[in-house]
Every structure is written in structure tokens, then in C-alpha cells.
Design a protein around this ligand. Structure first.
Ligand code: IFM
Length: 851
């Protein structure tokens, strides 16, 4: 069977036809909206509604709809339910008025919509009470909820295709920061196995460090390939995966999620039919040579995987509720709820009793309670982070897909180690790269600061290791590792086989030193969005200072007094051991200047033990660092000698999509040519534009983009952002589209190893920094939108200095709203914006206040 990926296809199959109609709803709904003055006071409706409310189904009462039309109360009620994670199509609407009588239906349109609900008549109050009682009965017998998110929120995959299943499993991952559960089917599929990963829990030493796989919830022994029909739906709004498999005319339905309200808890409800029996064992050991142990304890069984080298481990305990119990005599389906609680510890074996207690607690709370709180949590996260793109359905869905996985991948307490593939796969062994600091962190700093803070905590805790590494190299300050895992020492492999099977040496661990400034930049970016001065004066300052000290000990001064950084690899990893890489030098310059500035601003010298000589030296070195700028051409030379290389223009020899140029042309040719893997000089315009000569973005874009192979998935989104800033909306849109499809279409054939979390962070940055022109600037939020013609409106919600901010723009209008007053910069003019909002209208090339 081949697989097809699509958007917003309503789930089908028995048990999920439309709600409403004279015969009443025959599928589960999640809330009831009574639009009537009288119904709540009428028996038997009042008691049916009370029973429903006791079963956890919210029942909201509003005045009758005037002439059946939506009212303000209707909008407010739907909005309230939406905020609790209930979609309009899962709301049973009951109206009663003198003209039309008693009617029911579902609120097919979203909150804010002016459309009336589609309603059908109901005979009498008794029939209505019956309808409501059916809902109680559906819950009692464990009816799995149907996928109900509105358009723009659901990713649908039809069929099972062994060739794409690994990518699908990554796409369908559900995670809640600490624990991630891949989306392998709940049936047996030979090409992909279920996988559970725990953030920051590694096994192995040095380059062999890899995320330790945890025990996994068992799957049905039935082969997925035996299904005559299969559909999987990822509900991004609710954080749910719905699976439907049809075998021998029987339909098996599964709903699963990684609880966002209780990170570490995985919940699965399955309605298993005879054709597709439940798993023989509730937990299975992950594939591979692993140290495992297992046992049973009151009410649950547990299994544990352990790190042979680091002492840590992951324990899973599962409590199962089944009904009817035993084998149904009528051959009917079995409904099974599985509550699998995980406890993970990077350096000590976790306690099975702890996990078992969490599993039992979950079982007591029950599926419906857990589902409702999970949905509420997701609704809350979306309310602070959604990006709405009107007029572009495909990009809308792809954007939410990216934001969903970004939010899922990072916990918001303790420390968060965010590997290059998050918790969606084992690519790059789960090692932490600059992907985390530079690509993922800005989104979280701007939408959910506790997660960004946890990511920084990961670096702060490894500062002693970075100081030790610098010392061992004869330097001062902190030398953060290019690839990092458990203890903060470098874990970059020294060699590997490339995709063509050739053995290649890897020198990034020794030479890709810009990571030092990237970590400092992340700390500064977090403060810029959040205004967290405690962090800035404490651990943030330490990160800035020790990274600046590293650069101060790393530069070489030549006899003319110019400062150089020799022998590095920049973001363009096709060229190794280059001198004066513009990216590294300018980031180091920024790092030195910013640290000096901060020390002056936030800390009297005696507090942080930095002498004014040291501070002045940082400033002098920053001034002396060469940056390769060529005034006559208005471009920065990527590194010394780049312009002497073969002038090969990628755009002239290959289509404009991600290309592994080293595979296409051979690594030797690429090394000798002006072929760039990803944004290198251009990355500076994205990260530290104020460090560069004003007015030179366009000339550098013109020179470098055609020479860029986009051989790293990190590249297209950054180019999208820069093209947008330069006003090149067509190219910006094309680059954005490519970035948005990297994982959905597996453009680099590597999605099977996990989703490219950095690309997803880059996509958000392209929309926010690039198109919306939104970024913090000297304590204000700068906003300067430019929309491509495909979009009718762009709306972004973020958090700036503790205030939730929404900007909504069309090509002509801009509206900014802030929960609490903040300062914004529009066209260079400071403006105060608060809950009353401010509007602007485009006049020529400027935004004029419109009231
Ligand atoms: O960090 C990136 C790097 O920039 C390019 N190669 C892959 C790494 C991990 O995503």
C-alpha cells in the first residue's frame, strides 16, 4: 500500500460519521453548548447535562441564538472552549427557540466565525435527553475520541508505505520535552520500530555518546502491511495521534499522546478488533544491545534500560485498563487504555516504584481526565505561539507542524539538552549543536521563556567543562564543544562514512569554534526577548565573560596590530581549516564587545573580578579583528583566499534546492571552489546585523546565495529571512517554502533519522524576523512587516518582556496588541502599545499611525 500525506482530511471509518441529524450524534463529542433560556431548567435535560458534566464533558449554557444567528455569547462560549482545547466540531450545539423549536448540530466553524451552526431538528426533550445520555454511554464504554481539529491543524497520512515509514514515524512523534514517543504504527511494521527517547539521557563515551533508548509501549502483533486501509492523523492543536486501520472489514482505532500536562506520561487508548489483537506484552525492550531489567509491582509492570557507561537509565511502568475484561464473548472489540509513566535519570538508575506510582495515578485519573488536561495545555501553548498565515493553507499547516515539534522537543524546567533531531529520532546520536542555541532557542525565548532558560541551563551546567577544555588547549575562558552530550566535553566523531559510503575525516570538533560565540549569542537573545535581568546579571554574564575571555586568548595579533583567528571551520563546512572566517571573526568581535558592554552596564568591576584593563583589551581586540570586508565590492570575503578559489556558481549548475555539493562534485573540487554549504557570511546579517556595514545585505546576498548549495537543512530558512529583509519577496517565499517542506517531503532523505529541529526554528525566524521584521532592539520590539502577495494576512503571537504581543498585518495595515504596555519601534519611531492596541497604515514605504 502506498502512503499519501495531506492536510485536514477528516478521519473516516465506522464510529466517526457526522454528529447531529434527527437520529442524534453517534460519535463522541467533547463539550455541549446549550443556547436556550429554558433547557437547563427542564427535566430530563437538566439531569442528563449534570451527568455529562460529572463525566468531564463541559456543558455551557448561553441565551438563545437570535434568529439562529451566532451571537456574542456564542462566540465567547466557543472561544472559551477553544481555550480549553475543544474544537468547534467537537461541540454539540443545542438550540431552542419558538420558531424553529429544538435543534442540534455541531459548531462547524471556528471561534470568530460569523457562520451559523448547521442544525437539525430533534423531536422532543426526551429525544434530546437520550442524545446526551448516549454521550455518557460512549464515554463509559471507552469510545476513542475522533480527530476534530479545524482546517490548518491536522496532518493526515493515508496508507502504509514501507519506504517512507521511518520518516512518517518521525513526523508523527509526540513528545513533551522530557520524553518523546515516535509515531511508529501501533501495529507491527518491519521497517520502523517504536522508539522512546529521554532528553539528555545518554549512553556511551566520547564520540560514541548516544541517546539511550527507553522501553516502548508494545504494539499489536498484526502486520501493518495486512491493513487494507490505514489512516493516521496528527492533530497539532491537541497534540494527538489518531490511527485507523481496517483489516478484514474490521476497523481498529487508536488515539495516543505524550501528556503535556504530565511530561513523561504516554497515554494510548485503542479499540482493538479481533482482526487486530492488542499487544501480547504492554512493554517491549528497544532493539539493540542494551542493559535492561524488568519486574512487576502493585498494579503495573515495569521495564528499565540502563546506560552501561554513565549509570543513568530510563524506567517505564505501565498500568492498563481494559473493557470488557477478558475476551469478549460476542467477538466485539476490546478497548484498552495504557498509561505508561517514564522516569529518566542521566546518571543514576531511576526507581521503578516511582514510575509505577505515576502510572497508577494516571490510571486512577482516567483517560478522559488526562485527555482534557493535555488538550488544555496545548491550547495554552498555542495561544502564546501561533503563527497564522492567511491565504496559504499549505504553508500554514507546515508552519504549525514545525511549531508543534519545536514546542514538543524542549522541557521547561531543569536543563534541556536539545539534540539536532529533538526527541524525534536518533540522527547525530542526539548530540547538541549550535542548532539548539541559534535556531531553536529564539523561538522559545519569544514564546515560552522557561524552555529557553532550560536550554541555557544545559550550557551553564557545562561551563566548568568548557573552562577545562579551554585550559587544556592553553587558552583562557570557555571553549564550548561543537557536539555536546552528557558531560560537556566534545563528542564529535573524528571520522564517518559519507552518504556515498566513503570514509571521511571530521574536523568540526576541533575547528568549528564559532559555537563559543553562538552560546553567548543565545544567552543575549534570551535576555533581549524576556528582559530576565537576574539571568543577565548572573549566569548570563558568566557565559558572556568566559566566552569573551576565550576569544581574547584565541586571536593572533600580527605585526601591523591586526587581529586574526586562524584555522577554523565556519558554518560552510565544505572548507576546512580556513583563516579569518568572516562569520567566526565577526561573531567573536560581537562577543568581545557585548561582554565588555554588559560588564560595564550590569556589574561594578569588583563584583565580577574583571579589571578595566581586561575589558579595554576586549574592546581593542574587537576593533583589531579583521572581517574581510572589501569596500570596493561591498562584500565580505568568507575567509582569506576564498576569492581565489574556482569561481563556481552553484545556481548555474544545479537546481535551487538543497544539494549535497560534496557528493555532486566531489569533496576535493568543492574544497577548491567558491561553493558554500549554507549561510556563512550571510548568517551574520541574520544574527548580528549591527556588526556589519550598513546597506551591504543586498550585495552580499547577490554574491553568496547563488554560490550556496543549501547542503545543510539549516540554510533555506535563513535565506528566506534575509531575502525578505532585502525586499526580495519572491525569492524569500521560495526559500521559505523549501524550508517548510524539508521534513514533510523528506527533501534531504534524512528525515528517517528524525526531524530537523533547527530548520523548524529557522522557519519561525524567517516568518518573524524576516517577513514580520520583528526583533528586539535596545529594549524595544521592532516591527517592520513585508508580505508576499500570496498571503492576505500574517498574524504572530509572541511574548516580549513578560507581555503577550500579537501583531497582525496585511500588505497595507498593521495592528499591534500587547497584554501589558511595551515599547515598539515602527519605522524607527518608538511607540507605546498596550491592551488597547495600535494600528498603522502603509503610506508609500512607511507605516503611519492610523489612530
Ligand atoms: O549544526 C549542523 C551544521 O551546521 C551542518 N551539519 C549538520 C549539523 C547538525 O544539524
Amino acid at each position: 500500500m502506498s502512503a499519501r500525506i495531506g492536510a485536514d482530511v477528516p478521519p473516516d471509518g465506522p464510529g466517526s460519521p457526522a454528529v447531529g441529524g434527527a437520529e442524534g450524534p453517534d460519535r463522541r463529542i467533547e463539550a455541549v453548548l446549550l443556547a436556550s433560556d429554558r433547557l437547563m431548567a427542564t427535566e430530563p435535560v437538566a439531569s442528563a447535562a449534570a451527568t455529562l458534566a460529572a463525566a468531564g464533558v463541559p456543558v455551557v449554557s448561553i441565551p438563545p441564538l437570535p434568529h439562529g444567528e451566532p451571537s456574542a455569547a456564542w462566540q465567547a462560549a466557543l472561544q472559551q472552549l477553544w481555550g480549553a482545547g475543544v474544537s468547534p466540531s467537537a461541540v454539540l450545539v443545542v438550540t431552542q427557540d419558538d420558531q424553529a423549536g429544538l435543534r442540534v448540530g455541531t459548531a462547524t466553524m471556528g471561534p470568530g466565525s460569523a457562520s451559523a451552526p448547521e442544525l437539525s431538528p430533534v423531536e422532543d426533550l426526551g429525544a434530546l435527553a437520550c442524545l446526551l445520555a448516549t454521550q455518557v454511554e460512549l464515554r463509559r464504554r471507552g469510545e476513542p475520541p475522533a480527530a476534530s481539529a479545524p482546517p490548518g491543524w491536522m496532518l493526515t497520512i493515508d496508507g502504509i508505505d514501507p519506504d517512507t515509514e521511518r520518516a512518517r514515524a518521525a513526523q508523527l512523534t509526540t513528545a513533551a520535552g522530557r520524553i518523546g514517543w515516535n509515531g511508529a504504527p501501533s501495529l507491527t511494521e518491519s521497517r520502523v520500530t517504536p522508539m522512546v527517547l529521554a532528553a539528555g539521557v545518554y549512553d556511551g563515551q566520547g564520540a560514541d555518546s548516544h541517546l539511550l533508548p527507553g522501553p516502548v509501549p508494545g504494539v499489536s502483533p498484526t502486520e501493518a502491511s495486512a491493513a487494507t486501509r490505514a489512516r493516521r492523523v496528527l492533530d497539532l492543536r491537541g497534540g494527538l495521534v489518531h490511527e485507523t486501520f481496517e483489516l478484514d472489514g474490521l476497523v481498529t482505532r487508536v488515539v495516543r499522546f505524550a501528556s503535556l500536562a504530565r511530561p513523561g506520561l504516554l497515554v494510548r487508548r485503542a479499540e482493538w478488533t479481533r482482526a487486530c489483537p492488542p499487544p501480547a506484552r504492554p512493554l517491549a525492550a528497544p532493539v539493540g544491545e542494551l542493559v535492561t531489567d524488568e519486574g512487576t509491582t502493585t498494579g503495573s509492570t515495569w521495564q528499565r534500560t540502563r546506560s552501561g557507561t554513565l549509570g543513568g537509565g530510563i524506567v517505564a511502568a505501565v498500568a492498563t485498563a481494559r473493557w470488557p475484561s477478558g475476551t469478549p464473548t460476542d467477538g466485539g472489540p476490546i478497548v484498552e487504555d495504557q498509561f505508561t509513566a517514564y522516569v529518566a535519570d542521566p546518571s543514576a538508575p531511576p526507581d521503578p516504584e516511582h514510575a509505577a506510582a505515576l502510572a497508577r495515578q494516571a490510571e486512577e485519573l482516567g483517560f478522559d481526565h488526562l485527555l482534557a488536561e493535555h488538550r488544555r495545555q496545548w491550547a495554552h501553548r498555542w495561544a502564546g505561539a501561533d503563527v497564522v498565515i492567511e491565504g496559504d493553507d499549505e504553508l500554514q499547516l507546515a508552519t504549525r507542524f514545525a511549531l508543534f515539534h519545536l514546542m514538543s522537543s524542549v522541557s521547561d524546567d531543569g536543563e534541556a539538552a536539545v539534540g539536532a533531531r529533538g526527541l524525534t529520532g536518533t540522527g547525530y546520536r542526539g548530540h547538541v549543536f549550535w542548532d539548539a542555541d541559534v535556531f531553536v532557542l529564539p523561538f522559545l525565548a519569544a514564546t515560552h521563556p522557561p524552555s529557553a532558560r532550560a536550554m541555557l541551563e544545559y550550557r551553564v551546567q557545562r561551563l566548568p567543562a568548557a573552562l577545562a577544555t579551554a585550559r587544556s588547549l592553553g587558552r583562557r575562558g570557555a571553549r564550548f564543544p561543537w557536539e555536546s552530550a552528557h558531560d560537556g566535553r566534545d563528542v564529535t566523531p573524528r571520522s564517518a562514512r559519507d552518504r556515498a559510503g566513503r570514509f571521511v575525516s571530521i574536523r568540526t570538533g576541533q575547528l568549528e569554534e564559532h559555537i563559543v560565540a553562538d552560546v553567548a549569542w543565545a544567552a543575549d537573545t534570551y535576555v533581549a526577548w524576556t528582559g530576565d535581568v537576574d539571568f543577565q546579571r548572573g549566569p548570563g554574564l558568566e557565559l558572556l565573560v568566559e566566552t569573551a575571555r576565550y576569544w581574547a586568548s584565541r586571536v593572533r595579533i600580527d605585526p601591523d596590530g591586526d587581529a586574526h583567528i586562524d584555522g577554523v571551520i565556519g558554518p560552510d563546512e565544505y572548507h576546512e581549516c580556513v583563516d579569518d572566517n568572516a562569520f567566526t571573526n565577526v561573531m567573536a568581535r560581537w562577543n568581545l564587545r557585548r561582554a565588555a558592554e554588559l560588564v560595564e552596564a550590569v556589574s561594578p568591576e569588583r563584583d565580577v573580578g574583571i579589571t578595566s584593563e581586561e575589558r579595554h583589551r576586549w574592546r581593542d581586540l574587537a576593533e583589531a579583528l579583521v572581517d574581510g570586508f572589501e569596500p570596493d565590492r561591498g562584500i565580505y570575503e568568507q575567509f582569506r583566499g576564498f576569492h581565489d578559489l574556482e569561481p563556481l556558481v552553484m545556481a548555474e549548475i544545479a537546481p535551487r534546492r538543497p544539494i549535497a555539493a560534496d557528493l555532486l562534485l566531489g569533496p576535493e573540487r568543492v574544497r577548491q571552489a567558491q561553493v558554500v554549504k549554507q549561510a556563512d557570511v550571510l548568517m551574520l546579517y541574520h544574527l548580528v546585523p549591527d556588526e556589519l556595514r550598513a546597506g551591504t545585505l543586498e550585495s552580499n546576498l547577490r554574491f553568496y546565495e547563488p554560490r550556496t548549495a543549501h547542503g545543510s537543512s539549516l540554510s533555506p530558512a535563513i535565506h528566506a529571512a534575509l531575502f525578505a529583509r532585502a525586499g526580495g519577496l519572491e525569492q524569500a517565499y521560495e526559500a521559505l517554502r523549501i524550508a517548510s517542506r524539508i521534513d514533510l517531503d523528506d527533501l534531504t532523505a534524512t528525515t528517517g533519522g528524525g526531524l530537523h529541529i533547527a530548520t523548524m526554528g529557522g522557519l519561525w525566524q524567517a516568518l518573524v524576523h524576516g517577513f514580520a521584521g520583528m526583533r528586539p532592539r535596545d529594549g524595544r520590539l521592532q516591527v517592520d512587516p513585508l508580505l508576499p502577495p500570496q498571503w492576505s494576512a500574517l498574524e504572530i503571537t509572541a511574548r516580549f518582556h513578560g507581555s503577550r504581543v500579537t501583531i497582525r498585518c496585511t500588505s497595507q495595515d498593521l495592528h499591534i496588541h500587547a497584554e501589558r504596555p511595551i515599547e515598539v519601534l515602527v519605522d524607527g519611531e518608538p511607540q507605546r502599545v498596550g491592551p488597547e492596541g495600535r494600528s498603522f497604515r502603509r503610506q508609500g514605504s512607511v507605516w503611519e499611525p492610523s489612530r
